[in-house]
Write a new protein. Structure first.
Lengths: 208, 169
């Protein structure tokens, strides 16, 4: 049937009118986390770099699944990976660390002199005892777009080498990059030798 | 910039009655990591620990390194895979609300033994605990089920307890 005329005469009074196109529909819930890029290790390089980081987020998060090609075992304070922001190699980095070894809870100050930010607690060696085991870390970089404040970093990391006292800790650490520049690139340096090909590091942008 | 979130709520379970276990099953393999948020209270007071098992595995394949502070000191201790047939998650106090957040990395592959890091908290204005753990499941199987349980034969997750599972691309 063709519609030849439209009239409102049959519409009941009291029909609700809305100014919003969302009325009657489920609320729009904007996504809060975006994957910017994931990079895997190669087995022959000690650096992974995220460059041209977009500015459209509130903070950044790195999720790290890490294994080093080195077969040397280390305790937590002796094998940090290192984060370098915007290729800054000046001594502008410092960290403070709280960690548990399975027998003691300890705290440390990284001290000064670092040309990249030491991030502790996710090292896992390629020794035979630790086959298929990985260290992990979640690193939050807050307020990375700011051009007026230094950058604060939070790290929550863990590795559990089972029965061995090496490659085993749970770690919570803070870090600072003493720069007011917006973060546009992050270079991650392995702790000992190279990132294995099983290493995977993902950079996320966070909103809200 | 992608227009969809890379962290997706996959399932939420809210208990309508007290229960001895909470199971998150049929976990899809399409994500990189998992995050589980467990919050609630414990009804019946004979136990003090929350555990989990992956894929219902009850073999001696779980180990944990933990660190915690309770207002009087900071401590660290271990649970070893030679003994434990389930993954330690956290301690609780009867009827005191707790919050636990667990990140499980690379859960869907068959290459890595699964590593998790977890943070838990409770506070009852007089006793409280902040805890972080690192855990290892010595199995390279993809994880498709997570089951939470308690120690003690009569301890129960209280009605209203909520477990939410997120997938992270």
């Amino acid at each position: 049937m063709a519609v030849t005329k439209v009239s409102n005469s049959g519409i009941k009074t009291g029909v609700l009118k809305y100014d919003s196109m969302l009325a009657g529909n489920a609320a729009y819930d904007p996504a809060a986390t975006w994957l910017i890029q994931r990079v895997n290790g190669t087995g022959s390089s000690n650096t992974i770099t995220f460059s041209s980081i977009p500015t459209g987020y509130t903070s950044l998060q790195l999720r790290i699944l890490y294994k080093d090609t080195s077969t040397t075992d280390y305790t937590v304070m002796n094998a940090p990976i290192n984060l370098r922001f915007n290729s800054d190699t000046a001594q502008n980095y410092r960290a403070h660390i709280l960690y548990g070894t399975g027998s003691s809870a300890l705290a440390n100050d990284s001290g000064t002199g670092f040309t990249a930010l030491p991030v502790y607690g996710c090292y896992m060696s390629s020794g035979a005892t630790f086959a298929n085991m990985m260290g992990v870390s979640i690193i939050d970089i807050h307020d990375y777009n700011s051009t007026t404040r230094n950058k604060t970093i939070r790290n929550f990391a863990g590795n559990d080498g089972n029965q061995s006292s090496a490659n085993r800790a749970v770690t919570l650490s803070s870090g600072v990059w003493l720069s007011t520049a917006a973060v546009t690139s992050i270079t991650i340096l392995s702790a000992a030798t190279n990132f294995t090909s099983t290493t995977s590091i993902a950079l996320y942008g966070m909103k809200g | 910039m992608p227009d969809t979130s890379t962290e997706v709520a996959l399932a939420t379970t809210t208990l309508g009655a007290n229960a001895a276990t909470i199971t998150l099953s049929s976990i899809p393999s399409t994500y990189t990591d998992l995050r589980v948020v467990l919050t609630g209270t414990i009804a019946n007071g004979s136990g003090n620990t929350i555990y989990l098992r992956f894929n219902s595995s009850a073999t001696n394949t779980y180990s944990t390194t933990r660190m915690y502070g309770d207002g009087t000191g900071a401590y660290s201790s271990r649970y070893n895979s030679g003994v434990d047939t389930r993954q330690y998650v956290t301690e609780y106090v009867y009827s005191v609300p707790y919050l636990t957040c667990i990140n499980v990395f690379s859960y869907a592959g068959s290459t890595h033994k699964s590593t998790l890091i977890e943070s838990s908290f409770y506070d009852s204005a007089g006793q409280g605990k902040a805890e972080r753990t690192a855990g290892l499941w010595q199995d390279t199987s993809a994880i498709n089920t997570i089951t939470f349980s308690l120690n003690g034969s009569v301890a129960r997750f209280a009605s209203g307890t909520t477990a939410t599972l997120y997938g992270i691309l």
